[in-house]
Design a binder for this molecule. Structure first.
Ligand SMILES: C[S@@+](CC[C@H](N)C(=O)[O-])C[C@H]1O[C@@H](n2cnc3c(N)ncnc32)[C@H](O)[C@@H]1O
Length: 221
């Protein structure tokens, strides 16, 4: 508990964390390029936890900007700490409920969006709370530029299948996927990055599902 409070206190001082109580929290929408002081593409990792993709990709692509989003300040503290220690200026974290993401990210502000190991919410009555329910996918489509890339990585096969089904309601192209990432050529696209939860699932012998596609504003034709 004391550790958590210390992390919250650190977060309040961090320039790379946007969270309630900071002035920037209310004015960041549409202003991320100004925040990063460049016009490079912006990529978001939702449900980022400790921000393993945010950090791993930011290290490999310094000419792109990365924002990790999670509701838990005690988790984003880890990614924020690594970014500070390594002087990664292309990294930020946003502490927010994903359902309210429109308050923080403007239409067409993103070039790519990742969701890494979201809670699968298996109960039928929780379907609307799944991060790939159409009410969430609509938000993502608005934030992404036309043709922006959407990635999902999950251990949960029913959640993955649900997502594939929901995507059919959207104008997506170039959909590619695997239900066993570690036996797939798509693994190369991950640059060896593994998330905290992923490591746990791999130890338990679970297979990892991955999909990517491009979101369009309108159906073609
Ligand atoms: C299973 S963890 C995965 C964390 C990380 N991506 C990983 O793979 O190690 C799911 C994360 O999603 C966050 N989360 C779940 N629902 C959320 C929501 N509606 N808004 C913001 N964060 C959420 C949780 O706080 C948690 O850190």
């Amino acid at each position: 508990m004391r550790n958590k409070l210390k992390r919250f206190a650190d977060n309040a001082e961090r320039n790379n964390i946007v969270e309630p109580g900071k002035e920037i929290y209310d004015s960041i929408k549409g202003n991320w390029s100004e925040f990063f002081r460049n016009s490079n593409p912006i990529i978001v990792e939702l449900a980022c936890g400790k921000g393993d993709y945010t950090i791993g990709l930011a290290q490999r692509f310094p000419e792109r900007n990365y924002i990790g989003v999670d509701i838990k300040g005690s988790r984003i503290w880890y990614g924020s700490t690594t970014a500070e220690e390594e002087g990664l200026e292309n990294v930020a974290f946003l502490r927010a409920q994903i359902l309210t993401i429109e308050n923080f990210i403007a239409e067409n502000e993103l070039s790519e969006l990742w969701i890494t190991f979201p809670d699968p919410r298996p109960r039928d009555r929780d379907e609307r709370r799944r991060l790939t329910h159409p009410r969430y996918l609509s938000l993502y489509r608005n934030m992404l530029v036309d043709g922006g890339i959407f990635h999902l990585k999950t251990d949960d096969r029913p959640f993955f299948d649900f997502t594939m089904e929901m995507l059919q309601q959207f104008p997506v192209t170039e959909l590619a996927y695997t239900t066993d990432l570690y036996e797939s050529p798509m693994l190369e696209e991950h640059y060896g990055i593994q998330t905290t939860y992923e490591k746990r699932w791999l130890k338990e012998g679970k297979k990892i599902n991955y999909l990517r596609c491009r979101f369009h504003k309108q159906k073609e034709g």
